[in-house]
Structures are given as C-alpha cells and as structure tokens.
Design a protein around this ligand. Structure first.
Ligand code: PMP
Length: 398
C-alpha cells in the first residue's frame, strides 16, 4: 500500500535548522525556529520548572492512567491563569477544560469537537496565520477561509478590512483569533479593537476560537489575556486552545489545554462528555509530566513568583531587543523605517524584506530566517545584534 505515496517537501523550518547546523561561519545567527533563547542563544529550563521537577521526583508515587481530561489540578490552575480567578464562565460552571499534548493537541481537539458539532461551519483564520493552523484544522475536515489581517505596507492590522470580511461570515462560523503575540506578524489587536471584534462576533452569532500560545510574553500575564477574557465574558459559546510550551518553556513536554465554554451548566456537561470521548478516540489521554510541573508551580506561591519573575525577564528582554534592533537600524544609516518593531508584541515580527533578500542574508551573512522574513526576536543578542543590523542594512542598500 505504500507504493502510492509520494515524498512530501521538507518542512521549511526544519530544513532551515539543518542548514544552520551545517554552517561553519562563527558569526552565524538563527532567527528561524520559534523558541525563546537567552543571551547565550540557549533555550534553558526555567528555575521554577527545575524546582517543580525535583519536588515531583521526590514525591510522585504512581504512574497510573489519569483519564482523557488529564490532571484536575492542572485544569483548575490553567483555566484561572487564563481567565482570572473569578471569571463568570468558571463560577457558573459553563467551562470544560482538558489538558492536552501542547497547544497543537488543544487546537486539534477543538477542531475535532467543532467537526462533530457543526461539520459545515467555516473557520475564519487571519491572513497570515501560524502555518500549522491550517493542517491542524483541515485534518479534522473543517472548511477554512481567511480574513485580512496584517498589512505589509503599514506594518499594522487591516482592521477595517478584517471587520468587513467577518461581517460576511454566516451565523455559527468560527473565528480563530490569536490571544496575543500574533504569530507570525507580532501585530496584536488593541483593547479598542478587541472590544469591536467582540461586539461583531456576538451580533453576528459567530463563535470565538482563541489560540493563546504566548501568554506573558507580550505585555504581561493579565494584559495578554484581555481579549480571551472579554470574549469569554460575552460569548455564549467559545473554544480556547492554550499552550505552556513558551511561557513555561515546556516545549517537548507537550503541555497545553483545550477549553470549551457552553451557554449553561447542562450543556457544559454534555459538551464535556463529547470532548472527552473525542480525546479518548485520538490519544486516549495526555502525557502527565509537563502538566504536573505546571500544577506544582501554580499551586505554590513561591514557585509561582519565581516563574512569573523569570517570565517577566524574558518578556523584558524581548522588548529591549525590539528597541535595540530598531535603534541599530537607524545607526547603520538604513533608509528604511524599522520603528514598527518595538510596537509589535511577542517573539515574532516580519522584517518586511523579500525572499531574495532573505536568501542573501542566509547565503552571504549566515543569518537564517524563514522566507516570509519572519524573525524570532529572541534569537538576537548583544553579540549578534549589530552584525544583524549591519548585514540587513547592506542587503537593503544593495
Ligand atoms: N499556536 C501558535 C500560534 C503557536 O505559535 C504555537 C507554537 N509555535 C502553538 C499554537 C502550539 O505550540 P505547542 O503545540 O508546541 O504547544
């Protein structure tokens, strides 16, 4: 049966990683892969995570099955981290939470759940959106269509065009929104824009589907949850996919959650039984370790503070790098304006250069990024920042 298969093209980011590894240039810079890096270019383990793991190793007594919803304690803490302690959706018991294998697991389970409830619904995604959104949603058989989002000219959001497109959506369609730190553009909705989107979604009977993978890496833990909390306040039905990969640095531990908000407690119970049955039919239950770490941290005030402090340092570092890159581009005498970089949020921004210029940076300067010119800001550091700025400036002048 394998003879009908055709080889697929290599994943562009993984390909880039291989090319980077093979490059012998001591000045090489990796701005491709979307993981947080420190000043030394290392993706380390957060202190609170190590402390929680040490505690778990000493106290864990069983590895028995845990069930499709995952760990109750994790689900308790993660829903409060996201929505706040006193959110009405939690108090009114309208929310079902399941621990998932990362944000991807959450997105796919939300998609499978949607396909079961509403197979003809369309999911509206931003243009552009994170590349993996498409296979995760399409794999569940959902229809996808795009709404305008990032404007390569103004480096901001095409908000009027976005709203006009969503006005044409049919009742019951889903709108996938990035909770914060839009990947790939770094262009986030302002509070006023979130308010307007919430009004539009409710008025048109559209279902919000929020993917939040970078809470705490934009403006702060509560600030980054503004949109998701607002929509959870107003919308009778909503889906949320969250990830602990970036803000807890748990990438390979595959830790995330899917949340479904129903109009009332009775429907929430029906929702829960269906969601858990879908999970059971896919991977039965999620891996335990990453969620146990998060539960240990969020269940302990001292560890929570340590984690929050370290997350604040990461966020501050990213913001400083954004300012430094914009300033350094001025220093190089580059005619092009990069003042948009510090206005954007989270780990990513588009440099706004073309594919050929991206290729030139890679081939002539060993600076690696994906063809769209999206860069991982955290890949910059004091050692490489002026090299990157000068190289970029040369490519733009050339
Ligand atoms: N959503 C977005 C927008 C992302 O950027 C990511 C990670 N790159 C995820 C979801 C999910 O990540 P993970 O499955 O590693 O938790």
């Amino acid at each position: 049966m394998f003879e009908h298969l055709q080889a697929l093209p290599a994943d562009p980011i993984l390909n880039l990683m291989v090319q980077y590894r093979r490059d012998n240039n001591p000045h090489k810079v990796d701005l491709g892969v979307g993981v947080y890096k420190d000043e030394q270019g290392h993706t380390g383990i957060m202190h609170a995570v190590t402390a929680a793991e040490t505690h778990l190793l000493a106290t864990e007594t069983t590895k028995t099955y845990i069930g499709p919803a995952g760990a109750e304690g994790f689900n308790y803490h993660i829903s409060r981290l996201l929505l706040g302690n006193d959110h009405s959706a939690i108090k009114d018991q309208r929310i079902t939470v399941a621990q998932t294998p990362g944000g991807c697991g959450a997105l796919r389970m939300a998609a499978e759940f949607t396909a079961k409830c509403s197979p003809d619904a369309t999911v509206w995604v931003s243009d552009p959106t994170w590349a993996n959104h498409i296979p995760l949603l399409k794999g569940a058989g959902l229809n996808i269509t795009e709404y305008p989002y990032y404007d390569g000219e103004t480096k901001g959001i095409r908000f009027d065009a976005m709203c006009s497109a969503l006005e044409t959506a049919k009742a019951g369609d889903l709108v996938l929104l990035h909770g914060c730190c839009h990947n790939p553009s770094g262009a986030d909705l302002s509070k006023v824009q979130w308010d307007a989107i919430a009004e539009l979604l409710i008025r048109k009977n559209l279902i919000p589907f929020v993917d939040i993978a970078y809470q705490g890496l934009g403006d702060g833990l509560a600030e980054d949850a503004y949109g998701v909390r607002l929509l959870a306040d107003k919308a009778p039905e909503m889906l949320i996919a969250s990830s602990c990969s970036k803000n807890f640095g748990l990438y390979r531990e595959r830790t995330g959650s899917v949340m479904v908000i129903a109009p009332n407690q009775q429907q929430a119970a029906v929702t829960a039984s269906n969601l858990f049955s879908i999970i059971r039919g896919h991977y039965s239950m999620p891996p335990a370790h990453g969620a146990a770490i998060v539960e240990t941290i969020l269940g302990n005030a001292e560890l929570t503070k340590s984690w929050d402090d370290e997350l604040t340092l990461m966020r501050t570092r990213i913001l400083q790098l954004r300012h430094q890159l914009a300033n350094e581009m001025v220093v190089t005498g580059c005619a092009q304006d990069f003042s948009f970089i510090p206005q954007q949020k989270g780990m990513f921004s588009f440099l706004g250069i073309n594919k050929q210029q991206v290729g030139q940076l890679r081939d002539e300067y060993s600076i690696y990024m994906v063809d769209s010119s999206r860069i991982n800001i955290a890949g910059l550091s004091a050692q490489n920042l002026s090299y990157v700025a000068q190289s970029l400036s040369s490519v733009l002048k050339g």
